[in-house]
Design a protein around this ligand. Sequence first.
Ligand code: NI
Length: 139
Amino acid sequence: MSTIKRFSISLDNALLEKFKRKIMTKGYANRSQAMADLIRKSLVNIEWDASQGEVIGTVTLVYNHHRKDIVNQLVSLQHQFHQGILATTHIHMDKENCLEVLVVKGKAKKIREVYNQLGRLKGIKFSDLSTATTGRHLT
Ligand code: NI
């Protein structure tokens, strides 16, 4: 059984106020719960990157499909990394913007490399890599 340890941290007041406002909208019961969640997420990120085995996650991309050549470049890059992309979902957000989510699996270093290449394409408006885990060893 884990024990609870109390500790104090020093934060910039504006940052703390922003944090307090944000956690209210997330439905956390208190700041401790919100902080524990952030720490777990950060630990997952670190362990994901350090893992020698296969890891899993998702890449989210938003882009304007009218932008010259972006669709061809995206498809071409995804085909180069076809072994690591398990699934893709494409949603037409509006007349010009597309949202694409890729489920990726493989070595963390390779996934980061592909993610960086995708995110650097001209016309990408938003990119995010979500590192997933079962969280079995995190309480
Ligand atoms: Ni689209």
